[in-house]
Design a protein. Structure first.
Length: 152
């Protein structure tokens, strides 16, 4: 029987009788107060999953960036920003949208890019009654060239 089980109904993973023998992991958890260990284990798993996902996405972006040019640089930056926000905070919803838009605009300013990020979560788009995209990034100051970002 497998150590890890995917529970589709509850949308979670279940790990039974899990043990790990690794000196680095042992030393880290040995130095934590017992009250923090469960939370830190969940965070370590989450960070590890994000790192694995980043490796696959970064590999894809590095292959395609040579073909598509500077437009994909913005997508890489958005991915890095999203990763940084999830590593550093658990902010969600509208507060996260504000923080992400502010981060993007500061990044664009620091890099001297003409790109701009606008909050649009409550604005209807081209499709009637559709409000997809919490943030719209105008690329190179061009209103016709946009990237929509849906914050979750």
């Amino acid at each position: 029987m497998s150590t890890i089980k995917i529970n589709q109904q509850l949308k979670r993973i279940e790990i039974k009788e899990f043990e790990i023998k690794n000196q680095i992991v042992f030393n880290y958890f040995d130095n934590l107060p017992a009250s923090e260990r469960d939370e830190k284990l969940l965070r370590a798993i989450y960070i590890g999953v994000l790192a694995l996902m980043e490796d696959r996405i970064s590999s894809f972006l590095s292959k395609t960036s040579n073909e598509l040019g500077t437009e994909l640089e913005s997508l890489k930056m958005i991915f890095e920003m999203k990763k940084e926000l999830f590593y550093k905070s658990t902010i969600k919803g509208i507060l996260a949208e504000d923080e992400i838009a502010a981060f993007l605009n500061q990044y664009f300013l620091d890099k001297k890019l003409k790109d701009r990020a606008f909050l649009t979560g409550n604005t209807a788009g081209n499709i009637p009654k559709n409000k997809t995209g919490d943030i719209i990034c105008e690329i190179n100051g061009t209103p016709d060239l946009k990237i929509a970002i849906e914050c979750k």
